[in-house]
Write a protein that binds this ligand. Structure first.
Ligand code: ATP
Ligand code: MG
Length: 298
């Protein structure tokens, strides 16, 4: 719940807006929702509160086909929630209420699931029960089995740099946003930031940069620039980064080579940008593929 100070005046107390959407979102749940929409068998690990928000999150994830059996319910905490008002030009405000999400922990069931996974997308940096060792141990087990590990951030604090140094040797593809990369490395140039993340241990690095696209440095140190897909009407870019990650993972699992997978990622995000909330206008893997093959606007 967020208290926003508003001066109410007679006849102006009610403002009509176009729409209000509610959806599971964020680096973990948002990416999971999109991966499931792309047809990937997806399981989410996380934590929610025993509240209406948590029930909605579980229902929507389940409806989309995400396995939520690893999501824990924490009785005395609220479900983490974010309110994002978006104005007509697409600018966003972000009001976040922290909750159970930051209390995600490693369980035996999670350890077993990780060892049987085809890919792990790690979004646990900043979680009090994962930072400092448990998250790194989990990723080490995955890396030991040759499972692809990708990693993205959500609102990192300065402490995230220390945790990243701990886990990065197990990360195949590190995928932060440009803002996050600049914050953590103090480098304005994104390729220089990617070099630093690779020095910390990541095998490869993709830095997402909004409508400007993304830069990538692969495991051999080759540098690429990935153009975003131009769309006629951008409605809501929230979760573009999460959908970019999900698209990349879905394409990689489908044996697409590095650059093709990154282009698929950008096309996935472009469909998401064209509608509200986490999924936007994204329908399926085939939809993204067709839009790419036509070299057409999605
Ligand atoms: N306006 C846009 N038009 C087309 N594609 C976009 C637009 N904004 C973002 N994208 C695509 O989405 C990708 C990721 O976007 P962005 O850099 O905003 O990620 P992010 O900051 O991690 O987002 P979030 O955390 O909200 O999911 C970009 O690399 C680009 O391919
Ligand atoms: Mg992001």
């Amino acid at each position: 719940m967020v208290a926003i100070p508003i001066e109410l005046q007679p006849l102006e107390a009610r403002r009509l807006i176009r729409t209000i959407d509610m959806a599971p979102a964020g680096t973990a749940a948002g990416a999971a929702l999109v991966a499931a929409r792309l047809g990937i068998k997806t399981s989410l690990c996380g934590a929610i509160g025993n509240d209406a928000m948590g029930r909605l999150v579980m229902a929507e994830l389940t409806r989309e086909g995400v396995d939520v059996s690893l999501v824990e319910i924490i009785e005395d905490l609220p479900t983490s929630a974010t309110l994002i008002p978006i104005d007509a030009s697409g600018r966003r405000g972000i009001y976040h209420a922290s909750g159970a999400g930051r209390h995600t922990r490693v369980t035996q069931a999670l350890e077993a699931a990780v060892c049987g996974a085809g890919a792990i997308h790690y979004a646990g940096i900043g979680s009090r029960n994962l930072d400092g060792g448990p998250g790194a141990d989990l990723l080490e087990a995955a890396a030991h089995r040759g499972i692809m590990v990708t990693c993205d951030l959500i609102s990192p604090s300065a402490d995230a740099a220390m945790e990243l140094r701990r886990i990065m040797r197990y990360v195949d593809v590190f995928m932060p946003s440009a803002v996050e990369a600049r914050f953590l490395t103090a480098q304005d140039d994104l390729l220089s930031a990617a070099d630093i993340f690779r020095q910390w241990g990541a095998k490869s690095c993709v830095i997402k940069n909004g409508a400007e696209g993304a830069i990538a440095v692969d495991a051999s140190g080759n540098r690429q620039s990935i153009a975003s897909v131009t769309v006629d009407t951008v409605v809501d870019t929230t979760s573009c980064g999460d959908s970019f990650c999900a698209g990349f993972i879905a394409a990689t699992i489908s044996k697409r080579p590095w650059l093709d997978a990154l282009r698929f990622a950008a096309a996935t995000a472009a469909w998401v940008a064209q509608g509200p909330a986490t999924l936007g206008r994204l329908e399926s893997f085939e939809q993204v593929d067709v839009s790419l093959k036509k070299k057409d606007k999605p």
